[in-house]
Design a binder for this molecule. Structure first.
Ligand SMILES: Nc1ncnc2c1ncn2[C@@H]1O[C@H](COP(=O)(O)OP(=O)(O)OP(=O)(O)O)[C@@H](O)[C@H]1O
Ligand SMILES: Nc1nc2c(ncn2[C@@H]2O[C@H](COP(=O)(O)O)[C@@H](O)[C@H]2O)c(=O)[nH]1
Length: 204
């Protein structure tokens, strides 16, 4: 029997809302979701590992990836490039496995053009004050960079109506449960199942 394609899940939300934290918690649940590793030109943070957190690339190499169509989407975000390697996503979906992309809004809108059947989730902070406090608490950016990220955050929040679902990340485990429920519901959508059960509907 032909294997169904996996579901493409796009998780966006302002920097510091907790996308990485929620995805890390989701990995502790038995979901079989695969995680795409992005490429970026930004410098690694303390503890980040090349090939695990990101593929860290020099600008020229990233631009070559764009030119050679090796990215499913890419965007410039606060002075650095970020992008999703195409092959991993396409191969994993073709194997019937779900893939999650943790990306900002410009990239998500590009993905929407080629994967309209994907599920697009926007993670929301309880408030802007809490968002700033999470960014400050993470301690990975200077005050100026936090200000730049907060400016982009407000623009991104204005785009939440472009998404299929909005999930508040008030508590990590609650956000994880909400995302798991969305994924389960998407798997039960009739558009995904009509083809699979077509034969059962035929009269004997
Ligand atoms: N529900 C939550 N309550 C309190 N703190 C949280 C919550 N979720 C995440 N955090 C904290 O907020 C900070 C930012 O989280 P995280 O790095 O996961 O955000 P992000 O959205 O992935 O950011 P970026 O887009 O910059 O990669 C971290 O210090 C994390 O521990
Ligand atoms: N369009 C894309 N955005 C991405 C990708 N990988 C990460 N991101 C987003 O960039 C910002 C900043 O990330 P940080 O690690 O420097 O804090 C954040 O919103 C990420 O979600 C990608 O492949 N494409």
């Amino acid at each position: 029997m032909k294997k169904d394609r996996g579901l493409l899940i796009v998780l966006s939300g302002p920097s510091g809302v907790g996308k990485g934290t929620v995805c890390a918690a989701l990995r502790n649940h038995d979901t079989d979701i695969q995680y795409s590793v992005s490429a970026t030109t930004r410098n690694p943070r303390e503890g980040e590992v090349d090939g695990v957190n990101y593929f860290f690339k020099p600008k020229e190499e990233f631009e070559a990836m764009i030119k050679n169509n090796r990215l499913l989407e890419w965007a410039k975000y606060v002075d650095n490039y970020y992008g999703t390697p195409r092959d991993y996503v396409e191969e994993t979906l073709a194997q019937g496995k779900d893939v999650i992309l943790e990306i900002e809004v410009q990239g998500a809108l590009q993905v929407r053009e080629s994967f309209s059947e994907g599920v697009f989730i926007f993670l929301m902070p309880p408030s802007l004050k809490e968002l700033r406090s999470r960014l400050q608490g993470r301690g990975t950016e200077t005050k100026d960079l936090i200000d730049s990220r907060m400016t982009v955050a407000k623009e991104e929040i204005e785009m939440m109506n472009k998404y299929d679902y909005v999930v508040e990340n008030d508590e990590v485990e609650l956000a994880v449960e909400r995302i798991k429920s969305i994924v389960t519901a998407e798997h039960c959508k009739k558009e995904r199942l009509i083809e699979k059960y077509k034969e059962l509907a035929e009269v004997e």
